[in-house]
Design a protein around this ligand. Structure first.
Ligand SMILES: Cc1cc2nc3c(=O)[nH]c(=O)nc-3n(C[C@H](O)[C@H](O)[C@H](O)COP(=O)(O)OP(=O)(O)OC[C@H]3O[C@@H](n4cnc5c(N)ncnc54)[C@H](O)[C@@H]3O)c2cc1C
Length: 471
């Protein structure tokens, strides 16, 4: 009973507890924690927890490597990420806390805003990301520019009406803005939330207003972590390995969990009945549901069962030379595809003379059968390659590496109003939850980091409370 959790506990990070809980408690007995999932969220939680003497634990990862969707690998001198490593608003990002608290070391580089363009009806024009680009862009007419600047100012001042609307779609339906301004809103939300415009209209007005409030106030709106996600995950792994009471079990997926005498028994393919005091699920909610299938905890997950995820097609391609570098980012408004010249910003990801591009196509294939989907994805691949042909002529001759993922999960819970992010704690369920489908700050990787940090804070607070009762 020592470890029974108080379910009314606040979801906020127990800041004071991070890194300093229970200096003495470990002399009595350490809290034994299982973390299921070795992606950004699981590694973050484990790095914070293993930094504390009062804990011991295991990170279980079913695949042969750590990193999950942020897994990074080297091929022919190129550094490829399974998921991209753009960080939005890094000066206001959870990574800032992690840098200080975990003493992480990393550098980042800003994407050059003057080299970010939109393609519309075959013409390239500056993306209206700041006041200079808004003046130059052709996606808006002069009077629309004034309107859009006013909209940005309202978002920055936190007084934009969008936050009072259930969805972007409802706001746009009531707005008197021109079709171009409406299209621009849809396109911005599409690209920042990685979703098709139809879904962009379903994102909550409050979520969008908060997201852009942060982004417009940021001095560093889009940055790449130099060296990609491995720069961060390698340091998190080193921290975990530094504590002799923590270990990482690769190729060891957890298959079931039971409860006995206030403890949790985990079964993996190779080991049965591993005993823990606490369990953190650090994986997409779809996988949590699979794991809890048949258990008495599953019904409490019902509100999250129908959550949908965000999926895209990813086309990474590395060239032996810089084929062409007119821009660093091209967002094609007609085809709903964008191409990032990743190596133009992060030179570390390609050999000195090489070039690494990543093309991403938003998918909208929810209501298709297998045959239609196959055809649809084939069509997307062809459009993507046609865009490469247009902006990087002769690219096919210089391909050194290529990785195409026809359906990659960007966010495990699409942030649209009918989906529900999973909270760190669910009443009646004794486990903790983190990952990009959980409640936390920001979107995508930031939500994985921030929710991982939150759950670690909750457990460290629990340790600190036990200590104060014990002494
Ligand atoms: C193409 C693409 C582009 C992206 N671009 C960006 C970007 O530019 N910026 C950004 O911020 N984010 C981006 N993301 C999103 C980002 O990669 C994810 O949000 C983040 O990696 C999610 O981390 P996570 O720890 O929540 O989940 P995951 O990475 O999915 O980790 C969960 C882990 O749990 C493991 N697991 C599952 N079940 C079990 C089990 N039963 N037992 C043991 N282990 C298990 C899985 O193998 C996995 O390793 C992108 C993603 C993709 C795919």
């Amino acid at each position: 009973m020592l470890w029974a959790r108080n379910h009314t506990q606040s979801h906020t990070v127990a800041r004071s507890a991070l890194g300093c809980a229970s200096q003495y408690y470990w002399e009595v007995r350490r809290m034994k924690i299982a973390i299921i999932g070795g992606g950004l969220a699981g590694l973050t939680a484990a790095a914070y927890l293993s930094d504390n003497f009062g804990t011991e634990g295991t990170v279980f990862e079913r695949s042969p490597q750590l990193g999950g969707r942020a897994f990074t690998y080297q091929k022919s001198g190129f550094t490829l990420n399974y998921g991209a490593h753009a960080v939005y608003g890094i000066d206001r990002h959870t990574l800032q806390h992690m840098e200080q608290e975990l003493k992480l070391q990393f550098q980042s580089k800003q994407v050059d805003k003057r080299k970010v363009v939109y393609a519309k009806h075959g013409h390239l024009t500056p993306a209206p990301l700041d006041f200079v680009n808004i003046l130059k862009t052709n996606v808006l007419k002069p009077f629309e520019k004034i309107r859009f600047v006013a909209e940005i100012a309202a978002v920055v001042a936190n007084i934009h009406q969008l936050k009072n609307y259930k969805t972007l779609g409802e706001y746009l339906d009531h707005s008197h803005a021109s079709a171009d301004v409406k299209e621009l809103w849809e396109h911005l939300v599409s690209s920042n939330f990685f979703i098709a415009p139809k879904d962009a209209r379903k994102v909550s007005g409050e979520v969008i207003a908060e997201y852009y409030h942060n982004l417009f106030l940021s001095h560093k709106p889009v940055n790449y972590i130099l060296g990609s996600w491995a720069t961060i995950t390698d340091q998190l792994i080193e921290k975990i390995n530094h504590n002799e009471h923590w270990d990482i079990a690769l190729k060891e997926g957890v298959e079931s969990i039971t409860q006995e005498n206030g403890k949790y028994l985990l079964n993996t393919k190779t080991r049965q009945g591993l005993v823990f005091d606490q369990v953190i699920f650090a994986m997409p909610s779809q996988q949590v549901i699979k794991l809890l299938e048949g258990s008495s905890w599953l019904p409490f997950f019902e509100p999250y069962r129908n959550n949908t995820s965000t999926e895209v097609m990813v086309y990474d391609v590395g060239f032996s030379k810089v084929v062409s570098r007119p821009f660093h980012y091209i967002s094609d408004m007609d085809n709903k595809i964008f191409i990032s010249d990743v190596s133009a910003t992060d030179h570390t990801v390609a050999p000195p003379t090489g070039q690494l591009l990543q093309g991403i196509a938003y998918l909208n294939d929810d209501c298709m059968d297998d045959e239609q989907r196959k055809e649809y994805l084939e069509g997307k691949t062809q459009k993507m390659e046609a865009l490469f042909d247009q902006y990087y002529p002769d690219w096919r001759e210089f391909v050194e590496v290529k990785r195409v993922s026809k359906k990659a999960m960007v966010s495990s819970v699409k942030n649209i109003h009918e989906n529900r992010l999973v909270p760190s704690q669910i009443a009646e369920v004794p486990f903790l939850f983190c990952g990009d489908g959980c409640e936390g700050k920001g979107e995508l990787a930031e939500r994985a980091f921030s929710s991982g940090r939150n759950v670690a804070g909750l457990l460290l607070k629990e340790l600190a409370d036990i200590k104060s009762v014990a002494y």
